[in-house]
Write a protein of this length. Structure first.
Length: 162
């Protein structure tokens, strides 16, 4: 299972680099905050994987990124509405991030199925849940930025008055 953990460490390191750069380049305040939150999550994932790799007893920290993002979203709602259309490069960053998170989810599910110990299995399963949460957040963000009006009609159950 050493190879699985080494691969996971590389994936998390790459994700930290990508999300750090995305946060720096993203103009929209919500996007910046979302990517910064992902950097924190990926750093926590990396630390747990490194502890596992070193043979230490891993203190699993289970965090649901979706819980934190709801607060950020509600705080940024007015600012988000000021900018109806996102820049294409921001949408592209989200597309790339969605693929990374889906690939991470798939990898962790497979690694959990092949895990050599209950500890490894539990860690990979938890990482898969968090990667899935990241994907869901990114998907919602993409939908919002790509078509804000339609997103509000659906998510906020808006009523059209005529």
């Amino acid at each position: 299972m050493k190879e699985a953990v080494e691969t996971a460490i590389k994936m998390e390191t790459d994700a930290i680099t990508f999300y750090t750069e995305a946060a720096q380049k993203t103009v929209h305040p919500f996007g910046k905050e979302m990517f910064r939150g992902f950097v924190k999550d990926e750093r926590r994932h990396l630390r747990m994987l490194q502890e596992l790799f070193r043979g230490m007893k891993v203190q699993l920290e289970f965090h649901r990124p979706k819980d934190a993002i709801k607060t950020v979203f509600s705080e940024q709602k007015d600012a988000m509405m000021e900018r109806i259309k996102a820049l294409e490069d921001e949408l592209e960053a989200i597309r790339i991030a969605m693929k990374m998170e889906k690939d991470g989810f798939d990898y962790y599910k497979e690694a959990a199925a092949k895990a050599g110990s209950p500890e490894e299995k539990e860690l990979f399963e938890r990482l898969a849940v968090e990667e899935n949460d990241h994907f869901a957040i990114l998907n919602e963000t993409f939908s919002f930025l790509d078509n804000t009006g339609q997103w509000y009609m659906y998510e906020e159950r808006g009523i059209v008055e005529g």
